[in-house]
Ligand binder design. Structure first.
Ligand code: SAM
Length: 367
């Protein structure tokens, strides 16, 4: 039987009003990792960590309980690369594994389009030309253990940033999606749906030795098995001609007008993100994307009156994200882009009837 040891480091961060403390919990196994949990007692920290490691037969190593001096919640440490004037669009430039633990904030929803690990030197066809399938170094695969470890670490960090009634959406193909599903379940999430995105315009299969790839999957899961999540059932039904919306979504792949600020190799269409956001959040909701790329999530969020924090490592893509956000500062462009998204146009036709208008929460980001 394999026992993992968890060292709990008590971090002095007493908030005067809430008496909330932060614990950094380092789990040492073959690949050690740290998890930060903001809870009110050591006992709750233990419960949370057990919850995160449910299947691992964890032993908490109390003699190693340590107090770490000099830790702060890094309120000033994290500086956004870009923030829109109305603070609804925030972009951090850097590694999500390093940045996520450095601030305290809970989001209503998370969308993540992580590396799929499909850059294996294969070929595909794009606009009639044979091209490499390689997306970038960030998408190169490792062993199955490495992929699982990667997914487990970032999903665990995201879990800490999600409200208890919040939900997470994670996209993928067969290369990563089974690993993602296992990690979600192991970390205590409840899977709600696996959406099949059936692309209406997939690229042809060059080898002609198997079926054309035309789908991606998007897992939708909620944080807590027992905490109800938000689903805009009526709106989804309305958008599906008054029949219950199914888990197969026929939507085109990215179209040229979405690339006005440059090309990201795996940019998602705004139509896809808009449906996800409308289905699972209310106006004013805070949405996190830990692998933001060109920030399709943020653009869709802002077009729909939601707020966004994205994290992206590559300079080229944070710059592209900033340009995309600047584009929709122009009201004509803002409305033009809304008018190109079918679900948004149909929702507008309803007037305010089904669009839930809630007070925008007072909370703000910690930087
Ligand atoms: C699949 S793409 C996301 C594309 C995005 N959904 C869009 O529509 O543009 C994944 C992105 O994650 C970034 N990335 C990979 N590992 C990262 C990490 N550890 N921290 C931050 N960003 C990372 C890559 O640079 C890449 O732009």
């Amino acid at each position: 039987m394999i026992f993992s040891h968890l060292y709990i480091f008590l971090i002095l961060l007493l908030h005067p009003l809430t008496m909330q403390m932060d614990y950094q919990v380092t789990r040492t196994t073959a690949s050690s990792r740290s998890v930060y949990v903001g809870v009110s007692s050591a006992q709750k920290a233990e419960e949370r960590v057990r919850d995160l490691s449910r299947d691992d037969k964890v032993v908490l190593d109390y003699p190693n309980l340590k107090y770490i001096d000099g830790y702060s919640d890094n309120k000033q440490g994290v500086q956004p690369f870009y923030r829109s004037a109305n603070r609804n669009f925030n972009l951090l430039h850097g590694d999500t594994f390093e940045l996520l633990p450095q601030f305290k904030f809970k989001f209503d929803m998370i969308f993540a389009d992580p590396p799929y690990f499909l850059s294996n030197d294969g070929i595909s066809v794009q606009s009639g030309k044979v091209v490499s399938v390689n997306k970038g170094e960030w998408d190169r695969g490792g062993t199955q253990e490495e992929i699982d470890d990667f997914n487990r670490r970032w999903i665990s960090l995201c879990r800490e940033k999600l409200k208890d009634n919040g939900t997470i959406w994670i996209s993928g193909t067969y290369h990563n999606i089974f690993s993602v599903a296992n990690c979600l379940t192991q970390l205590g999430f409840k899977i709600l749906n696996v959406i099949t995105w059936a692309k209406t315009n997939p690229p042809p299969n060059v080898s002609c030795r198997y079926f054309t790839y035309s789908t991606e999957f998007i897992i939708w899961a909620r944080k807590c098995a027992k905490k109800p999540h938000y689903y805009n059932y009526e709106l989804m039904k309305y958008l599906n001609d008054d029949k219950q919306m199914t888990d197969v979504w026929r939507l085109p792949a990215i179209v040229p007008w979405e690339k006005s600020c440059g090309k990201h190799p795996t940019q998602k269409p705004l139509a896809l993100l808009s449906r996800i956001i409308m289905a699972s959040t209310k106006s004013g909701a805070w949405i996190l994307d830990p692998f933001a790329g060109s920030s399709t999530t943020g653009i869709a969020a802002n077009l729909l009156g939601r707020r966004f924090l994205g994290i992206e490592r590559e300079q080229e893509f944070v710059e592209m994200s900033r340009l995309r956000r600047l584009e929709i500062e122009n009201l004509d462009t803002f409305h033009k882009y809304r008018s190109k998204i079918k679900d948004v146009v149909r929702t507008e036709e309803l007037g305010a009837q089904l669009v839930v208008a809630e007070d925008v929460p007072e909370l703000d980001l910690p930087f």
